[in-house]
Design a protein around this ligand. Structure first.
Ligand code: FAD
Ligand code: NAP
Length: 335
C-alpha cells in the first residue's frame, strides 16, 4: 500500500483542473481498498478516469483512484453473453473487447471516456443506447460498513443520466465491478444523430457492430473536443425534459426549437440548441469557454479554474431560464 501526499490532480481529470489531493492512493482490488481503510479514516473521494468531474477546490482528505482490472466472460445462455469487468478498466477498451468478439449492445457507446466503474453512476448514454440496456449487475463496497453488496438493474434505479448512486445512495458505495449482458444476435441502433449519414459516407453495405462502432468513433472524433487538447468533461448539462404543453407553447414562440417526444407527455429539449440561442456558443472569457462546435460542452483552454467554469455555467443557466423558462441541470459532478 502506497499513499502519496500533495499530489496534483491535473493529469487525473479531463478538465485539467490543477487542484491538489492532500493524500492520494490507488487500489486494484477490494482487499487493497480495505487495507487502505484500515490505516486511514479521513474523508475519501473516489475517482475513475476523471472525465465527469469539475474540481473547484483541493481534496483535503484522501483521493482514492480505482484501478481494479479485468474483463472476463463469466457465463452465456441461448441469447446472451455475460461479461464482468473491473471498475478500473477503461470503458472504450471494454467496448472494443465486446466488438472484437461480436458481443453486441455497446457499439453505440464507443469512445466515451472514463472507466467501467463510473458507467452505471450516470447511466452513460449516446446515440440512442444507455448502459442500462446492457447492464446485468454490479458489486459495490459500502464505504462506512465495509460490506459488499450486489445491485440488480432495478435496484440501480437508472434514469436519464441518473442512478441511485447519484441520488439516494450518493457517496455511500464504491463500485468494484460491473457485469453486462450482451446480445448474441445484434439489434442495430442507427436512427440517432448522424450515424446513418456516417455509415453511408463510409460506404457500408452491410451493417455490423464493428461498422457502427467505427461510425460512432468517426463522428465523435470530428465533433467533440479532445480533452488531451482542450480540457472538458463532455456535456456539462443534461438535456431538459419538459411537459409537452410547455413544448407546444415554446414552439409557437421559437419555431426552430429542437424537441424529441418521450413517453408520458414529455419532450426532451436539445440543451445545446437552447444555449446556442442565448449566444454562448464559442464564448470565451479568459480560459473558460463554451465550445465553438458543441455549446453543451464547457471548456478549459488552459488555466481556467473550477470556480470560473462553475460561474460560466451559472450564467448560462440564468440566461436559458430567462429566455425559455427552462432550468438546465448540470450533468458533470462538482467537487
Ligand atoms: P469520474 O469522472 O472519475 O467520476 C465521476 C463520478 O463518479 C465522481 O463523482 C466519482 O466520485 C464517481 N465514481 C467514479 N468511479 C466510481 C466508482 N467505481 N464507484 C463509485 N463512484 C465512482 N457521458 C455520457 O454519458 N455519454 C457520452 O457520450 C459522453 N461523452 C463524453 C465525451 C467527452 C469528450 C468527455 C470528456 C466526457 C463524456 N462523457 C459522456 C462523460 C464521462 O465520460 C462519463 O460520465 C464517464 O462515465 C465518467 O467516467 P470516469 O471514470 O471518468 O468518472
Ligand atoms: P447530436 O447528435 O447533435 O444531438 C443533439 C441532442 O439531441 C443529443 O444530445 C441527443 O440527446 C438528441 N438527439 C439526437 N437525435 C435524437 C433522436 N433521434 N432521438 C432523441 N434524441 C435525439 O448530439 P451530439 O452532441 O453529437 O452527441 C451525440 C450523442 O453522444 C448523444 O447521444 C449525446 O448524449 C452523447 N454525448 C454525450 C456527452 C456527455 O458528456 N454526456 C458528450 C458528448 C456526446 P441525448 O443526449 O439524450 O442522446
Amino acid at each position: 500500500m502506497r499513499i502519496d501526499e500533495n499530489v496534483s490532480l491535473k493529469p487525473y481529470n479531463t478538465f485539467g483542473m490543477d487542484v491538489f489531493a492532500r493524500k492520494f492512493a490507488r487500489f486494484s482490488s477490494a482487499d487493497e481498498l480495505l487495507e487502505i481503510f484500515e490505516h486511514q479514516n479521513e474523508e475519501c473521494f473516489f475517482l475513475g478516469g476523471g472525465s465527469n468531474i469539475l474540481f473547484t477546490r483541493n481534496v483535503n482528505g484522501i483521493l482514492m483512484k480505482n484501478e481494479i482490472p479485468g474483463i472476463e466472460l463469466i457465463n452465456s445462455d441461448a441469447d446472451h453473453y455475460y461479461v464482468k469487468a473491473g471498475a478500473g478498466e477503461n470503458w472504450h477498451r471494454f467496448v472494443m473487447y465486446c466488438v472484437d468478439r461480436d458481443y453486441a449492445g455497446v457499439e453505440n457507446l464507443a469512445l466515451i471516456p472514463g472507466n467501467v466503474g463510473a458507467s452505471p453512476m450516470q447511466n452513460i448514454g449516446a446515440y440512442g443506447v444507455e448502459v442500462k440496456d446492457v447492464f446485468y449487475a454490479l458489486e459495490a463496497l459500502h464505504i462506512k460498513d465495509k460490506h459488499i453488496r450486489s445491485f440488480t438493474r432495478d435496484e440501480c434505479k437508472f434514469g436519464y443520466r441518473e442512478s441511485i448512486f447519484k441520488s439516494e445512495l450518493k457517496g455511500e458505495y464504491v463500485i468494484l465491478n460491473v457485469t453486462f449482458r450482451l446480445l448474441k444476435k445484434p439489434v442495430y441502433h442507427t436512427g440517432y444523430g448522424a450515424i446513418k449519414a456516417e455509415l453511408e459516407m463510409m460506404g457500408v453495405q452491410e451493417l455490423s457492430i464493428r461498422n457502427i462502432a467505427n461510425a460512432v468513433i468517426k463522428i465523435r472524433q470530428s465533433k467533440l473536443p479532445d480533452p488531451e487538447v482542450i480540457g472538458n468533461a463532455g456535456s456539462f448539462f443534461k438535456n431538459p425534459e419538459i411537459e409537452s404543453d410547455l413544448f407546444k407553447r415554446l414552439e409557437k414562440e421559437f419555431p426552430d426549437i429542437i424537441g424529441y417526444s418521450l413517453p408520458a407527455q414529455k419532450v426532451k429539449l436539445a440543451a445545446g440548441w437552447l444555449i446556442e440561442q442565448c449566444g454562448w456558443k464559442g464564448y470565451r472569457n479568459g480560459d473558460a469557454g463554451c465550445h465553438a462546435r458543441q455549446a453543451l460542452v464547457l471548456v478549459n483552454y488552459g488555466n481556467a479554474n473550477g470556480a470560473e467554469i462553475l460561474q460560466l455555467s451559472e450564467k448560462i443557466i440564468d440566461s436559458v431560464r430567462s429566455k425559455f423558462g427552462v432550468t438546465l441541470q448540470r450533468e458533470v459532478n462538482v467537487y
